[in-house]
Write a protein that binds this ligand. Structure first.
Ligand SMILES: [Zn+2]
Length: 214
C-alpha cells in the first residue's frame, strides 16, 4: 500500500471540562498531554509523506455544545469524534482510513497515587481483523522501548473494550493507554523528554508498520 493512499486520523483524549483525568499532583493533564503527543505524531507522519489529521484539538467544546450535564457533554464530544472519522471514511473509503485514539490510563479516580502501571492497547468489542492488526503493530512498537506491557494473555496483545469511539467508527480503530497518570513513576517518565519521545515514537512506528503491512 502506498503511504499516501491511507489517511491516518489521530484521536485526542477527553476535554478540559472532564473531571479527574490528571495526575494527583496536577502536573500531567491527560487532555493536554494527549494533544501534545497527537500534534507531534501528526507532524512526524506528515514530514514522512503520510496523510494525517487530528480529530479534535481544542481543549473544550464550543460554548453552545457544552452542557451542565457531564454525561450529555461527553456524549456530544464522542459523537463529534465519531462523525469526524466516519466522514473521512465516507470520503476516502473506510479501508483507507485508520483511527488511533491516544490516552493515558488511570486505576483510580480519587486524586491519589496507585500501584498499577504500564502500557496497553484497546480494540472495540466487535473489532475487525484490521483493528487487531493495528493494535498488534502499536503493541510491538511499545514493547521495543522496554515498557511494562499489559496484555490479557501471553498471546493476545490487545484488550477488547466497549468504547464508543472504537465501536462506532467504520475504519480500523484502536485506543492506546500510554502508562498511568496516577502512578508516580509512569508520570515521571511521561513528562520527561525521553518519555515524550518514546510515546511519540510508539505511535509513529506502529502506524507506519501497519500501513506497510497492508
Ligand atoms: Zn483517557
Amino acid at each position: 500500500m502506498k503511504k499516501n493512499e491511507i489517511l491516518v486520523a489521530i484521536g485526542t483524549p477527553h476535554r478540559k471540562r472532564e473531571q479527574g483525568k490528571q495526575s494527583p499532583d496536577g502536573k500531567l493533564k491527560e487532555c493536554v498531554y494527549g494533544r501534545e503527543i497527537a500534534s507531534e505524531v501528526a507532524v512526524k507522519l506528515q514530514a514522512m509523506g503520510y496523510k494525517c489529521v487530528i480529530d479534535y484539538m481544542p481543549l473544550d467544546l464550543p460554548k453552545q455544545m457544552q452542557s451542565q450535564s457531564a454525561k450529555l457533554e461527553r456524549q456530544r464530544e464522542l459523537s463529534m469524534r465519531v462523525n469526524f472519522v466516519n466522514e473521512l471514511c465516507r470520503q476516502n473509503g473506510a479501508k483507507n482510513v485508520l483511527y488511533v485514539s491516544i490516552h493515558v490510563d488511570a486505576s483510580g479516580n480519587d486524586g491519589k497515587w496507585h500501584e498499577p502501571n504500564g502500557w496497553s492497547v484497546r480494540v472495540g468489542t466487535k473489532a475487525s481483523a484490521k483493528s487487531k492488526q493495528l493494535a498488534d503493530c502499536l503493541f510491538d512498537a511499545a514493547r521495543s522501548y522496554g515498557l511494562k506491557m499489559r496484555q490479557p494473555t501471553q498471546k493476545q496483545k490487545y484488550w477488547p473494550q466497549d468504547l464508543y469511539v472504537l465501536n462506532n467508527t467504520n475504519c480500523p480503530a484502536v485506543l492506546t493507554e500510554n502508562l498511568f497518570q496516577d502512578n508516580i513513576n509512569d508520570v515521571a517518565l511521561l513528562l520527561s523528554d525521553e518519555g515524550r519521545h518514546i510515546i511519540e515514537r510508539i505511535h509513529v512506528e506502529g502506524i507506519i508498520k501497519y500501513i506497510e503491512s497492508l
